[in-house]
Design a protein around this ligand. Structure first.
Ligand code: BDR
Ligand code: CA
Length: 312
């Protein structure tokens, strides 16, 4: 690995956009993926873990360890997003089951050990429900010194997607999200306000398909993923939510972002998982997160195409 690259762990629930986020990281010398951890979210843990192994195998990076984490949110039942990602969590590409297995450690222990072993602070990139990260902070409070920052995909200043009020990852495990936002860590929130400006569609897929196995895989992912966004949002392309979080680690100036106080609604049923962002600083509370507000979507799409084309 490049000695200048930023060490990171991707905690994910693949997921079409999680898969593209992982491939973007693998294609980028600015970051070094120390491990991939999985959580129940878009699909159950068995599926998300299998999908993570599959992506690494497609990219010929089975050297990167995968650790399976929590199958269920801290206190709520698991509700998957099969209406978005299909039964497998990653419907579309036709692939053989992975030949590799996850490591013999729970994701929370794996992350703690990886942080402890790292000579420099590690960036955590959670792109699913925040269950693993919340448990990590509760179980291993001392490891925070070795977390450089947390760049999470979740939440929204404005409208939600799982409900009118809330974004899926935060809605899925709001108690865990509250722990992360209240942790005092350097948190960046990449929410729907930005990710709905970071779209990719079939045209990107067409350009990627001839570039190799990974390019064709992403084209298949996009073909499936776009169908949902056509139906629900009338878009001819899809927000590649999770890849925006990875992009922020690679290109720290790509996002327009500002620091605000963010609170997570855990009590109300109607507003469950809403990220209440104090945009106009009316609460007097100190900011606890850097919140993404805008991104150049065209530049984002071009960067992804360029990077994924480098992969096998
Ligand atoms: C988030 O929810 C999941 O469906 C996606 O993978 C992304 O992490 C978007 O709300
Ligand atoms: Ca995800």
């Amino acid at each position: 690995p490049d000695p200048m690259s930023t060490p990171m762990i991707l905690d994910c629930d693949p997921g079409h956009d999680d898969a593209i986020a992982l491939l973007l990281a693998l294609a980028s010398p600015e970051v070094e993926v120390l491990g991939v951890t999985t959580v129940g979210g878009n699909a159950d843990l068995e599926n998300t873990t299998r999908n993570a192994l599959t992506v690494l195998e497609v990219a010929e990076r089975t050297d990167i360890p995968v650790a399976a984490g929590c199958g269920h949110p801290l206190v709520r039942p698991l509700v998957v997003a099969d209406h978005v990602h299909g039964k497998s969590g990653m419907d579309g590409p036709q692939l053989d089951p992975p030949t590799t297995e996850p490591v013999d450690a729970h994701a929370v222990d794996f992350i703690a050990e990886t942080l402890a072993a790292s000579s420099e602070p590690v960036t955590l990139v959670p792109t699913g429900p925040l269950t693993n990260i919340a448990l990590l902070l509760r179980h291993f409070p001392d490891v925070v010194d070795n977390i450089r920052r947390v760049v999470l995909m979740g939440g929204a200043v404005g409208l939600g997607n799982r409900t009118p009020a809330a974004e899926f990852n935060i809605w899925a495990d709001p108690e865990a999200a509250a722990v992360v936002f209240e942790s005092g860590l350097d948190v960046t929130m990449v929410g729907l306000d930005v990710t709905h400006q970071a779209l990719m569609g079939r045209e990107h897929g067409k350009r990627l398909r001839p570039t190799g196995r990974c390019g064709a895989f992403v084209a298949d992912l996009l073909d499936f993923f776009v169908q949902f966004h056509e139906r629900v949002y009338g878009l001819d392309s899809s927000p590649i939510h999770d890849a925006v979080a990875v992009a922020d680690v690679i290109w720290p100036d790509l996002l327009e972002a500002e620091r605000f106080h963010v609170a997570v609604e855990t009590d109300s049923e109607l507003n469950r998982g809403r990220t209440v962002v104090d945009r106009w600083r009316v609460t007097g509370k100190d900011p606890n997160a850097r919140v993404g507000l805008a991104i150049d979507g065209n530049e984002f799409g071009e960067k992804i195409v360029e990077r994924i084309s480098r992969l096998p």
